[in-house]
Design a protein around this ligand. Structure first.
Ligand code: MRU
Length: 393
């Protein structure tokens, strides 16, 4: 995506081929700054402090972190130390484990003289694949937004509600939930986006609003609790959110507050879509409420807030009484029966049961998430040409 006319990804290998550049997301929307990581510790601190955040980007950042570690010491022992250092940073987004497992498994057979080169090559590949996957998610999701536009007889913009930031800043480029929005907007479909502010880190107000604004997409920031009211008054045509971990049965962990939006959507007959790359699926678990680890972050993120003062200084102030304890749960789980469809790079998966929003047969496959996920995991199946056909016997 472009920032003031210059194309950017959220993470890249610098020209020195020995350090990694990232956009510092803790400084947005008031400052646009790039930082340089030279060590695995830089990468781990960057993920933990949310300099980079968003499930797919956390995965790519961990891969680059492993490459930085190998540059320092490419031995087997350090490979495991780097894995452990990065793995401890954030617990919920499964893309972290996915990328670390892929790096470790690929790098272990190399002898240590060749390992650093192989590590950088794989990290670059993971980042490039993420761009392609998110672009494909955008193409598939654009079709759903196009249907919504037909349903309003092309008479007005399609109103879409999103929560947190699942845009290009949360991935390497394009985004997950915002990719269909960018693709539909670029194709000339009129769109308006309701942006949940997303307390306490305000990824909606700070990041989603910033990136939609830079792309020219009409949007309005709302408080987190406004969505239900808007849906009751017919002001939301569909919701699209991202995911940090989706179980093999289709339960979805995403930013805290997502579950309440899904409940309101179901109560008001509004389609609730979740966009995710296949790397966000945790094949090892079925029950998201029971088994997905939910990150608890520092209470100060809740008791204090930062913003730009009139003189341009960025300041942090306290919001709550000094003695009031605060609990900062960062994610929640939306059970699969509240999800109208999962939009992946390999296909759109609609629930067989409980979906009251019929979607076009040419774009949508109807089946249980578990069944389709098993097929997605097997490279001999092409999902979007129809799960009924296995192209190579
Ligand atoms: O705590 P964050 O900012 O890393 O949480 C991000 C989200 O919850 C996103 O919605 C999710 O990672 C999907 S991103 C493409």
């Amino acid at each position: 995506m472009n920032v003031d006319g210059q194309p950017y990804r959220t993470i890249w290998l610098n020209d020195d081929r020995a350090s990694v550049g990232v956009i510092d997301q803790t400084r947005l929307p008031h400052r646009f700054e790039v930082v340089r990581w030279r060590t695995v510790e830089d990468a781990a601190a960057g993920i933990r402090k949310m300099v980079v955040r968003g499930a797919p980007l956390i995965g790519a950042a961990a891969a680059y972190g492993m490459a930085l570690a190998m540059q320092d010491d490419s031995g087997d022992e350090n490979l495991q130390v780097a894995y452990d250092t990065l793995f401890r940073t954030r617990p919920t987004a499964v893309n972290l484990r996915w990328a670390l497992d892929l790096m470790r498994q690929t790098l272990l057979p190399y002898d240590s003289a060749e390992r650093t080169g192989a590590a950088y090559a794989l990290a670059v590949q993971i980042a490039d694949d993420d761009v392609q996957n998110c672009s494909a998610i955008g193409d598939r999701g654009q079709a759903l937004i196009g249907q919504a536009w037909e349903q309003v007889s092309r008479s007005r913009p399609v109103n879409i509600l999103t929560h947190c930031n699942a845009g290009w800043l949360a991935t390497v480029d394009w985004g997950t939930a915002l990719a269909p929005i960018y693709k539909a907007f670029n194709a000339g479909i009129p769109i308006h986006v309701w942006v949940d502010e997303t307390r306490p880190r305000n990824q909606g107000a700070s990041l989603t609003a910033w990136e939609l604004g830079h792309h020219g997409v009409p949007h309005t920031v709302i408080v987190d609790n406004a969505g239900g009211h808007l849906m009751q008054h017919g002001l939301v045509d569909l919701c699209i959110v991202g995911s940090d971990r989706t179980t093999a049965s289709g339960d979805v962990a995403n930013k805290i507050g997502t579950y309440l939006k899904a409940l309101a959507a179901r109560d008001n007959g509004v389609p609730f879509y979740v966009a995710l790359p296949v790397s966000t699926i945790d094949w090892t678990i079925e029950n998201g409420v029971r088994d997905i680890p939910i990150e608890k972050r520092a209470p100060e993120e809740l008791t204090h807030i930062s913003g730009e003062a009139d003189n341009g200084d960025v300041r942090t102030v306290r919001l709550t009484p000094k003695d009031s304890p605060a609990a900062n749960y960062a994610f929640d789980v939306t059970p699969r029966h509240l999800v109208s469809a999962l939009i992946t790079e390999r296909g759109v998966i609609r629930q067989r049961q409980g979906d009251t929003h019929p979607l076009s047969d040419s774009e949508i496959e109807v089946c249980e998430p578990r069944v389709l996920f098993q097929l997605l995991n097997s490279s001999s199946w092409i999902i979007d040409s129809a799960i009924r056909h296995k192209p190579h016997a």
